[in-house]
Design a protein around this ligand. Structure first.
Ligand code: SAM
Ligand code: SF4
Ligand code: SF4
Length: 355
């Protein structure tokens, strides 16, 4: 059962921020605002069919112009105000975040904000040159998306003929400079499910946890169908038959992945069960699009524009109350309400809002 509107959920026992008005900042379902996902660009060098299908994101697609995109100073300002409202983790994403020029300079600005963790989700193709400067600038960890080790399957899924080897080199480069690395793999029944035991096997015995993500109906262009979702429970069963697994307790409330460890001590895997076992009840994420709109759900149709306010001279107090008011009014729980008809609702694209 949900707590009364605006009261903290009983699971949140460590609320430590006041928000501008004194009481802890929680939404209508009692969820605090803890994670800020920052999309630094809506562009990408991949055309993963589940995210940016070529037919839509082709040569004529109108990506954001340079002036529409927030500057690093604007991003850092909003990040600082969010941290003052309770955010403890920033995640750089996109589009492909490493395509944004001078990205380490943004990490450096974010590093000046105290008590926050800085992570990034990337397709890994640019990590070879960028891992060291990002680490030096203060990046704490990285998640690399890699949907298959089968080169033909991977080239077809990214639809730009990018080879697996390039991503593996990126993962190695990140690990070599001391960045903890997780691997994300979107699971699409009939597309890459027959290659996932290999993927798990490749990272067994390494510090890199593979997290399998159920194919989601993000945006409106990826042709999502429920029958292409392989339930995580099926995948757990498949992997368990090969290498016995046991469930691990969540490390913290709001953790996205269900964790499993190999019984023989060879590490862990995670399952992101957004479709079959939604986790909206503990969702603490707010998203900032590259052009400065905030969204309180991955499946939202509209965001609140902070760029216009900022560029019109809004003070920190005004921006803080915009963020705070947006979070307090939040009632999103799309994945819990998902049905056959919800995929057709108007939603922002994932490459725009960030994963
Ligand atoms: N370009 C970067 C990358 O691919 O890691 C960051 C942005 S991407 C939108 C963030 C994450 O969302 C990736 O791990 C990607 O696999 C995942 N993703 C994209 N579309 C998805 C979908 N339809 N269902 C599930 N996950 C998806
Ligand atoms: Fe690009 Fe990431 Fe979307 Fe693939 S998932 S198209 S790499 S933004
Ligand atoms: Fe959070 Fe929306 Fe995903 Fe639910 S559907 S977990 S509210 S982003």
């Amino acid at each position: 059962m949900s707590p009364a509107a605006g009261t903290p959920h009983p699971e949140w026992d460590d609320l430590d921020n006041g928000g501008a008005g004194g009481g802890a900042l929680v939404d209508t379902l009692g969820r605090p605002m803890r994670d800020l996902r920052i999309s630094v660009t809506d562009r990408c060098n991949f055309r993963c069919r589940y995210c940016m299908p070529k037919e839509i994101f082709g040569p004529d697609f109108a990506f954001l112009t340079r002036s529409a995109v927030l500057s690093f100073e604007e991003i850092a300002r909003l990040a600082r105000l969010s941290a003052a409202l309770g955010v403890r983790k920033f995640r750089l994403t996109g589009g492909e975040p490493t395509l944004r020029a001078q990205l380490p300079a943004l990490v450096q600005l974010l590093r000046e904000i105290s008590d926050v963790e800085i992570a990034m989700t990337t397709n890994g193709t640019m990590l070879k040159p960028l891992a060291a400067p990002l680490r030096e600038a203060g990046l704490d960890r990285v998640t690399v998306s890699l949907d298959s080790l089968d080169d033909a399957v991977f080239r077809s899924m990214n639809d730009m003929d990018f080879p697996v080897a390039l991503v593996l080199e990126g993962i190695e480069a990140a690990a070599a400079v001391g960045l903890p690395v997780k691997i994300n793999a979107v699971v699409r029944r009939g597309v890459n499910d027959h290659t996932l035991i290999d993927l798990a096997g490749r990272f067994r015995g390494t510090p890199h946890t593979v997290r399998f993500i159920e194919f989601m109906d993000v945006g409106t262009t990826n042709g999502w169908r429920l029958d292409e979702v392989l339930p995580a429970s099926d995948l757990v069963r498949m992997i368990n038959e090969r290498w016995p697994l046991e469930a691990v307790e969540a490390q913290y409330t709001g953790e996205v992945a269900r964790r499993y460890r190999y019984r023989d001590g060879a590490g862990e895997i995670g399952m992101i069960t957004s479709v079959t076992q939604p986790f909206c009840g503990t969702c603490t994420r707010i998203r900032l699009s590259a052009e400065g709109k905030i969204y309180t759900c991955l499946f939202a149709a509209d965001g609140v524009d902070l760029r216009e306010a900022m560029r019109a001279g809004a003070t920190d107090d005004v921006l803080t109350s915009l963020i705070e008011g947006t979070w307090r009014a939040r009632e999103d729980r799309y994945s819990e309400l998902r049905s056959q008809s919800t995929p057709d609702l108007r939603k922002v694209e994932m490459s725009y809002i960030g994963g």
